[in-house]
Design a protein around this ligand. Sequence first.
Ligand SMILES: [Zn+2]
Length: 344
Amino acid sequence: MDLAFQAFFRHAGAGEEPGYPRFKTFNRFSGWGYKTHGDGWTLMPGEKGRHGKLRLSGVGNIRMRGGMRDEGTPKTCEILHRHGRWYVSVTINCKPVRQRGYGAIGFDWGIQHVLTVEHDDGECEEIGNPRWLRNNEAKLKDLYRSREIKIKGSRDWRFVNRQIAKLHGKIARQRKDWHHKLSARLVGRTGAIFTEKLKIKNMSKRPKPKPGEKPDEWLPNGASAKSGLNKSILDGAPAQFLSLVRYKAANAGITMGEAPTQKLKPSQRCRQCGKVEPKRLEQRWHLCACGSRTSRDRNSAGVCLDWGMEHFLVLWLAYLNTLGSGTVPEDFGSQNLHLESLAI
Ligand SMILES: [Zn+2]
């Protein structure tokens, strides 16, 4: 409280418009952090860096669960309070070792399948939502339904609310774990990964209302179809998955390319003949006049793969040309291309 009021008077003194400190319940307390190891906290990992204890000054020794993937020296520490549980997040100074593979893939984040992966050897993987997620979503629905018949603010209502928050936390943790495993597997199997740039904002934007001929008349604009779709897109948290793939690819030293969605239009372009034809959101199949007939997601993943192969091959050849002159094209650096990864 003292800190909050100090900040309030400091802002007021500087002639700014300060927000008066508000009361915050314990549930909104998010935690705190430490900048250097040994200053207020000591990490005592167990065998092989797993479990062990954490000593916090003023708190004491606390047992930990979990471990580090790569061993190293602890740098910073954050104590997190999420969904009524306590976590510690420690950054470790280490040399990560990550397995990588060869060949190239393109992937698309979809609705029918969470992930459609097209390999350069023609293999296609379609990865759906895992069973635990579907089960938990059903449980969540039940909880929401049982809350509806409780009196708002009552003891029962508060109890169900706590259950809902707990389950949300569990789903988020399980999903993150799953994303970690999935991204590690993709990176472990390939030498180059291509996808399209993600534009969550555009995807979740509501379409403009379409006026009809008479005043007060509105034509269907696809808003309800889009909101259902967006829900499933956002629920899958593609941004989280993509950021995990990005850093794992960088760790393993493999190529990661994100195609410009607006320019390439992977979901509208035919992989076989290159023709661009808009699709409606509910259109799940790609049927082209050239005879190409495949699922929308697979076509899109393939377009990204082809774009990557072509785009990065051009950059690579440009780089080879400049080897004699001693300069590297600027575009090359910005793409974060690793030479050894393109097994041409
Ligand atoms: Zn075609």
